[in-house]
Design a protein around this ligand. Structure first.
Ligand code: B12
Ligand code: SF4
Length: 430
């Protein structure tokens, strides 16, 4: 949608999103140029598609996170690659294409805030549960497992408040995902701008509800959740990552260690404003051993989060963790590009220090079973009744997470059958 905005008007742009529906490509008009974006886990599918179009003589350009982190792999499968942010180079790519001089590689770098453009919200078909908008880019924190600092840079860049409000007003969906990695930032001037944004959104009377990702300092200043709620915020996704300080140090998430934080009090403070808190934790750290699944579930309960998203520690390309695990020969699933499909954070793709393949999966299953037990679900729904934090939504979210975790158990059985060989015999049953 952002690229579409950057595309000169003589081009006709169609967006096809395979997350929603598999298009019948053969029935579509023949395009002049195809652009593909993909997360790492979607790379195998992206390459299939690229091959199909190129067989038909249609050039393919690929950009986005995977293309940026695995340039050589992508270059071998498409006509041109755009790395990092596209705002400043995309018009040149199109010009070069039109004059028959398409280069193999373009690097957009990290663009200044005055280069940000509003996404073409009008181009998606109806039927999305959530619209989306980006209001900031970049993160200085550089946690070991995360690609954002390499991808979008250390400088936290915020779009002008009036541009964000104007784009928000063009979103047709009633519910919106703010896709920023950290909506409020970490420094006082970031927070001040976030408050300004919330005030402006409230004034614009959007009649929309939105959820966003943020660091735990969302709760530090009571005015932040209060203003966010008035602007339509109904949920924040917060990465707690590990129940222990050692775990947080290992992941480089020192931010969560600051000010001897009281996570339970922080979560409560956010919930007091009728905002749900979705907590994320990682399993598979070097310090994690048998029992970590239950410990994560217990910690999430103690913090009082409304839902829990537990993920396996995954070495995503371009992260510090990738370099470390590659150096230590711990990346078990490494038949690339095919194995990228397991890099959804829902599968253990690496050799963990103290958890075998089977043990890691057992811990994940134990974690979800414990947190999403029927009693646990009912307790959380009950707790959300009194402050009227949308008990029905809480119930639906918890029940669907419970169902997902049950479906996941079958996926693990298939995964273990298909991938056990890649883990070799270095790990015995723990
Ligand atoms: C929103 C988001 C989601 C949404 C996605 C909704 C959707 N369908 O789009 C949801 C919540 C569903 C999601 C899920 C996941 N996500 Co996510 N997500 C993001 C997030 C926060 C923002 C992405 C975004 O919309 N950016 C806004 C747009 C404007 O920026 P952009 O996509 O980068 O595009 C710019 C350039 O990259 C470039 N560009 C992009 N594509 C193309 C294509 C062409 C042709 C060109 C020329 C240029 C170009 O141009 C744009 C303008 O500059 C990113 C973090 C980040 N900062 O990127 C993580 C991120 C992409 N997610 C990540 C991950 C790991 C996941 C999950 C696997 C995690 C999980 N298990 O929950 C799942 C993946 C599910 C799957 N299907 O596999 C990782 C991906 C790492 C990787 N190597 O793949 C990221 C980078 C976060 C991280 N911590 O590292 N995610
Ligand atoms: S996990 Fe969050 S805080 Fe850490 S580097 Fe990524 S975006 Fe920044």
């Amino acid at each position: 949608m952002v690229l579409a905005r950057l595309t000169p008007p003589e081009w006709e742009v169609t967006i096809l999103d395979e997350n929603v529906k598999l298009p019948d490509y053969a029935a579509l008009p023949r395009p002049d140029l195809v652009g593909i974006t993909a997360f790492t886990s979607q790379a195998p599918r992206a390459y299939q598609l690229a091959a199909d179009f190129r067989r038909r003589g249609i050039p393919v350009v690929m950009g986005g996170i995977h293309a940026t982190m695995c340039v050589d792999e992508v270059l071998a499968r498409v006509d041109a690659v755009v790395t990092k942010e596209a705002e400043t180079v995309w018009p040149r790519v199109l010009d070069d294409f039109k004059s028959g001089r398409l280069q193999r590689q373009y690097d957009g770098g990290h663009v200044p805030t005055d280069a940000f453009v509003p996404a073409r919200q009008d181009l998606l078909p109806e039927g999305y549960a959530f619209g989306s908008i980006q209001t900031t880019r970049g993160c200085p924190l550089n946690c070991s497992f995360c690609s954002v600092t390499t991808f979008n840079g250390t400088q936290y860049r915020q779009r002008p408040v009036e541009d964000v409000v104007a784009e928000f007003l063009t979103i047709p969906e009633k519910r919106v995902l703010v896709v920023d990695d950290n909506l409020i930032g970490t420094r006082p001037e970031h927070i001040a701008r976030a408050k300004e944004l919330f005030r402006a959104l409230a004034k614009a009377k959007l009649r929309k509800e939105w959820i966003a990702q943020a660091t735990i300092n969302f709760a530090d200043d009571e005015e932040v959740p209060a203003l966010a709620r008035a602007a339509g915020c109904c949920g924040v996704f917060i990465g707690f990552e590990s129940p222990s300080a050692e775990g947080l140090s290992e992941l480089g998430k020192k931010f969560n260690l600051q000010k001897s934080r009281d996570f339970r009090a922080s979560v409560r403070r956010i919930q007091r404003h009728n905002i749900q808190v979705m907590g994320s934790f990682i399993i598979g750290l070097d310090i994690d051993e048998a029992g970590i699944g239950e410990r994560v579930a217990m910690t999430a309960r103690e913090y009082g989060v409304d839902s829990l998203n537990a993920l396996f520690l995954t070495p995503l390309p371009g992260t510090r963790l990738w370099n470390q695990m590659k150096g230590e020969n711990r990346i078990a699933l490494n038949a690339f590009p095919e194995d990228w499909r397991y890099y959804t954070l829902a599968f253990p793709v690496a050799r963990y220090q103290r958890l075998s393949l089977d043990a890691a999966i057992r811990e994940m299953v134990a974690c979800n079973r414990s947190f999403y037990s029927m009693l646990g679900v009912l307790r959380r729904v009950w707790a959300s009744l009194w402050p009227r934090r949308k008990p029905l939504i809480n119930l639906i979210a918890n029940l669907s997470a419970r169902n997902n975790s049950r479906a996941e158990s079958q996926a693990f059985v298939d995964f273990q059958r298909q991938c056990r060989g890649a883990f070799g015999d270095t790990r015995s049953e723990a």
